[in-house]
Design a protein around this ligand. Structure first.
Ligand code: CO
Length: 166
């Protein structure tokens, strides 16, 4: 398991760089990233959350009890279009103990590369679309709390400051 960096570390605000080498080092890192996500019971985890500033993340939105897991790996992703709106209560492995509703695009089209560097494209909607937008934000140093309204953010700061009791 890799160590997950927690808010308010400034590491989470950094911009990640494009992946250019698709070798066995990348593959083992992606495997570890997925193991760390599953171990932490998350539905997504981005490379910068474990201190590696590369444009890559993993997602699996299948329910925990579902034996048929579906692991997605996205490298150098680019959201090329989006439509509709969806509000979903989001949490983040880097901000334990806090969740809030965030509004995102309901349906997106995405271009990315797989672990071998092959160019891929897909469309996603609902929970998968939300997860992709959340993780993609991490690559640009944006957290879901940055997407809250100013009022909700103030309430959040109060909640978070109460949550840290050690
Ligand atoms: Co997150």
């Amino acid at each position: 398991m890799l160590e997950i960096i927690k808010y308010p570390s400034s590491e989470l605000k950094k911009i990640s760089e494009a992946v250019s080498v698709f070798d066995s080092h990348l593959h083992s890192f992606l495997d570890e990233l997925a193991q760390t996500m599953y171990g932490a019971n998350g539905v997504g985890l981005a490379a910068p959350q474990v201190g590696k500033l590369i444009r890559a993340f993993v997602i699996d939105v299948a329910p925990q009890e579902d034996k048929k897991r579906r692991l997605y790996e996205f490298i150098n992703p680019k959201i090329v279009s989006g439509e509709g709106k969806i509000s979903f209560e989001e949490g983040c492995l880097s901000i334990p103990g806090f969740s809030e509703e965030v509004e995102r695009k309901a349906k997106i089209a995405l271009e990315y590369q797989d672990r071998f560097g092959n160019r891929q494209e897909m469309t996603a909607e609902n929970l998968l679309a939300v997860a992709i937008q959340h993780e993609n934000d991490h690559l640009d140093g944006i957290l879901f709390i940055d997407r809250l309204s100013p009022l909700k953010r103030t309430l959040m700061r109060r909640k978070l400051s109460k949550a840290v009791t050690f």
